[in-house]
Every structure is written in structure tokens, then in C-alpha cells.
Design a protein around this ligand. Sequence first.
Ligand code: ADP
Ligand code: ASP
Ligand code: MG
Length: 443
Amino acid sequence: MAIKVAKFGGSSLADAGQFEKVKAILLSDPDRRYVVPSAPGKRGYTDIKVTDMLYECSRKAAAGNAYQEVFDRIRERYMDIREELGVSFDLKPALDEIERRIAMGEGSDYAASRGEYLNGMLLAAYLGWDFVDPAECVFFTDKGKLDERKTEEALSRILKEHSYAVIPGFYGMDASGKIKTFSRGGSDITGALVAQAVQADVYENWTDVSGCMMADPRIVRNPEVIRYVTYRELRELSYMGAGVLHEDALFPVRKSGIPTNIRNTNDPEAPGTMICYEADDEDSEFGITGIAGHKDFAIVNVEKTMMNSELGFGRRVLQAIEEQGISFEHMPSGIDTMCVVVHEDSLAGKKEKLVSRIYELCDPDSVEIHSGLALIATVGRGMVRTKGTCAKLFNALEKAGVNVRLIDQGSSELNIIVGVDNLDFENAVRAIYRAFVPKDRAR
Ligand code: ADP
Ligand code: ASP
Ligand code: MG
């Protein structure tokens, strides 16, 4: 019997109607044996996620302000779901205890984690499946990082005892025995850890879109869904801003060779996006896989005649950057120039110090910092074997009147990164998209 792990995001479990869809999906395939729920998300554009309300309660409690009204709304959301589903399980004692512990100043991680905890209890009761608390099987080290070995050991040992189980996402226990959460969107990571621990055949990540799209749907209208993508490509895309999966969720499943399938709870027939270790170039219909990007980068530009013959020059520039506690993103360089791309906000209050330190360490001809840069990555496993990809991309940018300020083609040849003015960002993404995906393409 195959094993499938299914993680459902917040909008997939936002109300009783969504719970019904989730149950139908789970029961339609007996291989779906482990389910990882998020906390109830938004029911509409103006709604508020339960996780955000829990953070608000915790903030208010810490400041000594009343949070009763917010907690009552949380209570009501769970009670409404329970009632509409006709679940007899009594949630009141758990809700009362959470309210009491928030009042006692238990902290924001504890408060936020309760969104998943309560949803997990409710879902387990609704399905008639076992409830497994991640406080007993997802562990963090004393440095606050995931304790991978301990987690894998505990999760696989405990889940062996349960044929069908609900494991809430987003949290675990730290080295001092307190509840700790991952960063926002972290239920994706729990799902991947569960898939790794039970050696699942597939990790299904159910959300509110039919897969990872070729471009951010807020920039390009109705973009194509990526059918197949490799883990390496998706890592590039999600690092650069394609926000459908938490970027750290990929590592456990990728390491274990488990494919991930992004699916839509509201359209369960759609095949979604399949993320695999390898995929055929032929599956990449458009020559590229996707486009993602971010605004607000800065370039530190260092020039020195004969730089190329000076041993250790690059190391000293990077040393100056490291000394300021700044991490760098890219380093496209010429013979006598070296460019280091960093996040603009990481330079706040450090620019002058950084420039003077580079002068001290490297004795360059000039050092300049240019800000307001957006980076766009065009990613595709097939690019390396396809002629004309660059020409297509740069022609499109020229036609759209976009000035390219930086070009970097990673050595993996998996992506081409261009730097443009922040103001040109959206226009550039749309131009690149249209260069590869014809407008009149029949769907
Ligand atoms: P969940 O609550 O199910 O975890 P998220 O909100 O974390 O869902 O992620 C899904 C959302 O990611 C989509 O609704 C969409 O708005 C956004 N998104 C951003 N970039 C992309 C992309 N390239 N492809 C698909 N969705 C994207
Ligand atoms: N509920 C948490 C959040 O809103 C975790 C998640 O949804 O994955 O960030
Ligand atoms: Mg998410």
C-alpha cells in the first residue's frame, strides 16, 4: 500500500465547507494516511487568519491590554466549524486553557501554534483519525534550529503506531521544553518532515491555486501552471519570490527523493504541479519553467585597475561585507570591477562604514552603492540546451523599454538573472513572460 501525506493550507480549512472538501479528498484515496493541517485562514479578501488573531492576543496580553474580544472571535470560528460539521468533540476545555495560558504570558510562539493545534484536534475528530501532537515529535535545538535527526527518529517511530493520523503543522518543542513555531507558512515544513519520516510515495501540498504558476499571479494575469518542475528549479523560484511553498519545505522531501504535488482543494481534479528530482526537458513546453523576482536590492560596485591580477581582492571585499553582518546574493564581476548585490535593508545604517572598510582593506579606485534595484530570475532546466533563450529575453526587455542594469547567469545555467530599476519590475516580468508564453495560446 502506498503512503501519501497531505498538507492543507489555511484557506483549505477556513470554514466548515472547506473541511467537507478536505474530507472528501482524503476519503477518495485510502493511501492518504497522514494529514497536516494549518490554522483556519481567510474566508475572503477582508477576513483575518486565525494565526494573525492569535499573535494579536499575545501582543495585547504582553502589553497588559485586553484581548478578550479578539480571543472570542477565535473561539467563535472554531465553534462555528464544529457545530456546522456536527462534531461532538468538546473543544471548550482546550480553548479555556489556551486563553488562560495566553493571559499568563506564555509567549507568542505558544499562542500562534494553538491555531494549528485546535484545527488538528477538530479535523481528527471529524475524520475519526488519531491526533498526534508535534510537541512530542518535532524538535528544535538550543540554537532554535530544527533538530533534524531527533525529529525524524521520533516522527517515524510514533507514526508507525498510527495507520491514519492528523499531525498539526507549524510547531514543535524547543530544547527547554517550550512550544516553538517555524517561521510563517511553516506548516509546509511539517508536511515535508512527516513525508520524509514515513517515507511517503508523494507529499501532497493542497492550497488555493492549481499549482505553482509560471509568474506571480498578482503581476501576470492568469499565468500558466507549471506542470513539472525540479526541486532545484523550484528552489530558485521560491527563493526569488514565488510564494506558493515555504522555501525550507523542500529540503526534507528533496533529500529523500519524494516527489511533491501542489494541488488545489477547490479543484481536486486538476493535476497541479509535480516537483521531482529530475524532469524531462520535453515537459518544459515554453523553453523556460518560470519567472520570479524581488524589489529592493542594492549593488556595491568596486573598481580597481588590474584587479584581476591582485590575489585575494575578492576575498577582502567580501570580508568587509561579512564584517558588517551583511549576506550577499550575487556577485557578477568584470575584469576590473566587482559587483556585490545585497538586500537594500541590510545596508541600513552601515553604508559609510562598509565603504570606508572596503577602501581600507582593498585600496580600490572607487566604491559606489546603487540602490533601487529589482532582480528577476528566469528559471528553466532546458535553457542550457536551447539556443536563443537570452536573445528572446533581452529583446523583450528592450521592446518594453526596460533598461537592464545587471546580468548574471548562474554557473548551473538553470537561470538568468537580470537587475532592473524597481520602477520597471512589473513591466519587465510581464515582458519576459509574454516572450515565452504566446498570448493567443489555446489552453
Ligand atoms: P496556503 O495557505 O495554502 O499555504 P499560501 O498563501 O501560503 O497558501 O500560498 C498560496 C498562494 O501563493 C496563492 O494563493 C498565490 O496568491 C501565491 N503565489 C505567489 N506566487 C505564486 C506562484 N508563482 N504560483 C502560485 N501561487 C503563487
Ligand atoms: N498558520 C501559520 C501561518 O499563517 C502557518 C501556515 O499557515 O503554514 O503562517
Ligand atoms: Mg503557505
